[in-house]
Design a protein around this ligand. Structure first.
Ligand SMILES: Cc1cc2nc3c(=O)[nH]c(=O)nc-3n(C[C@H](O)[C@H](O)[C@H](O)COP(=O)(O)OP(=O)(O)OC[C@H]3O[C@@H](n4cnc5c(N)ncnc54)[C@H](O)[C@@H]3O)c2cc1C
Length: 432
């Protein structure tokens, strides 16, 4: 295979962010670590409210998960509703679900208000059942979502599935019309420009090495040491996601970085693209070790999955290409002769309870744990945290739940246990 080991989405960003390498300011009201959806959404909102804000990014704008993902702007959360209800109770989960719907509206609103050309489209998502038992559970899941949240999901029996997907391997599907698709690299670039226009200072190639609280004239402030000097800030927001390092150990020990990989084919003939995904849905399957896939706006098949559990490296990216191509052909035998042109990987920010979290740690604001739902959720969480920093009441349901740390042995970025987790989920997929 002659495949380019590069992120396809980046090839589509022609209007790059300018002026984000200027010098580091000496002070800011708020310093944000990380220029992904979360940090940039917060920066945009803070700057619009007249707060001076500096976004410090170790690499380039959107370099982390935010430009590498599948661009699926999804409703719902990672965990099933009954698990959530049992853990947090009905009231809290209703607020969480409402937040997940609101987060898609927010992305739509930002795209419209800021004129971001990123192909945002409410095309809906389709979950496909890999087993008869998975399909049987859809009816109860849809009824519960309708009852608890007043939100409609549509069940698609196997004999009607051809109108949704050109694959014969599934037992049925579940459609949510509220979800959307986006080109994530164009979206994150547009979000960065919107934050800049509002007055935020973006500083790329600036790695935060440590953050210390200190007191000046009886007031607390933070000193951030970076690869380009120091910055003093009244407030700090950690929006470093799965790429969080030991520069902020208090957050590092709370995140599990898990690799996810994507291939993109050559551009498909229009009739073949229409056959594979007649309604242009964002699609994922019902397994724990799942595949997610969609057509790109220029009609490539973009096919992703957790081909390796480790965060991306040249080795994992290379081996994922063939594994994912094989998975794609299992779903769509029509693509057997189709060339895969791109492969890339990224790291997901899982937490130990598989939930998103936000709040304060050591006096610093933070948000992470979006896993595979971060396009909308990280945008929403960033905007919410900006409000809290400005003094708005904190009505965020995710700031009220407890946030478990890694067990000892998995702290400080040690990922030795990830293949075990991978094996565990494969076994679970076999038996459930
Ligand atoms: C392959 C893949 C597919 C995905 N698919 C989807 C999908 O289809 N739909 C969906 O909703 N979600 C998806 N996700 C998840 C989604 O992309 C993330 O949840 C979301 O982008 C997280 O945004 P963020 O701003 O929190 O973090 P990121 O975008 O990861 O940004 C964090 C930034 O912080 C920077 N940083 C870290 N430490 C420092 C430091 N010390 N100093 C300075 N900068 C630092 C990093 O360089 C990075 O750019 C996917 C993720 C991956 C990897």
């Amino acid at each position: 295979m002659n495949i380019r080991e590069t992120n396809y989405w980046l090839e589509t960003v022609f209007d790059r962010v300018q002026g984000a390498r200027d010098s580091l300011p000496e002070t800011a009201d708020v310093a944000i670590v990380g220029a992904g959806f979360c940090g940039l959404s917060a920066a945009r909102q803070l700057a619009k409210r007249g707060v001076s804000v500096a976004v410090l990014e170790a690499e380039t704008v959107g370099w982390g998960a935010s430009c590498r993902n599948g661009g699926m702007v999804l409703t719902g959360m990672k965990l099933p509703v009954p698990t959530l209800m049992a853990r947090y109770g009905r009231d809290a989960v209703r607020k969480m679900y409402a937040a997940s719907l609101e987060s898609i509206d927010l992305v739509e609103r930002i795209v419209k208000e800021e004129g971001i050309d990123c192909g945002f489209s409410r095309c809906g998502h389709l979950e496909v059942a890999c087993k008869a038992s998975h399909f049987a559970a859809y009816a109860e899941a849809a009824a519960r979502v309708q009852r608890e949240f007043g939100h409609e999901l549509r069940i698609i029996p196997k004999n009607e599935l051809h109108a949704e997907i050109g694959s014969a391997i599934y037992y049925g599907g579940l459609v949510d019309e509220s979800s959307a698709g986006v080109n994530p690299a164009q979206y994150v670039a547009g979000l960065a420009k919107a934050a800049q226009r509002a007055g935020a200072c973006l500083v790329e190639q600036t790695r935060v090495i440590g953050v210390k609280a200190e007191s000046a004239n009886g007031n607390r402030r933070f000193r951030l040491s970076t690869s380009r000097g120091a910055l003093l800030a009244q407030e700090v927001l950690l929006a470093s996601g799965a790429y969080t390092t030991s520069a902020t150990p208090v957050l590092r020990k709370k995140v599990i970085p898990i690799g996810s990989y994507i291939v993109a084919t050559e551009v498909l003939p229009a009739d073949l693209a229409g056959e594979l995904s007649p309604r242009n849905r964002m699609i994922y399957d019902s397994k724990h070790f799942l595949y997610y896939y969609r057509l790109t706006p220029d009609k490539r098949m973009l096919f992703g999955g957790r081909a390796a559990f480790f965060p991306e490296s040249q080795n994992t990216v290379r081996t994922s290409a063939e594994l994912l191509r094989q998975g794609m052909i299992d779903v769509y035998p029509q693509l057997r002769e189709t060339k895969v042109e791109f492969v890339w990987g990224g790291t997901l920010d899982f937490t130990f309870d598989v939930m998103p979290h936000c709040g304060k740690l050591d006096g610093m604001h933070f948000a992470l744990g979006f896993a595979g739902h971060g396009v909308a959720a990280a945008t929403w969480m960033g905007a919410k945290l900006a409000g809290v920093i400005c003094g708005d009441p904190d009505d965020n349901p995710f700031s009220r739940i407890s946030f478990p740390s890694a067990p000892i042995g998995l702290r400080s970025g040690n990922t030795w246990a990830l293949p075990l987790a991978g094996m565990y989920y494969r076994v679970l997929d076999y038996f459930t």
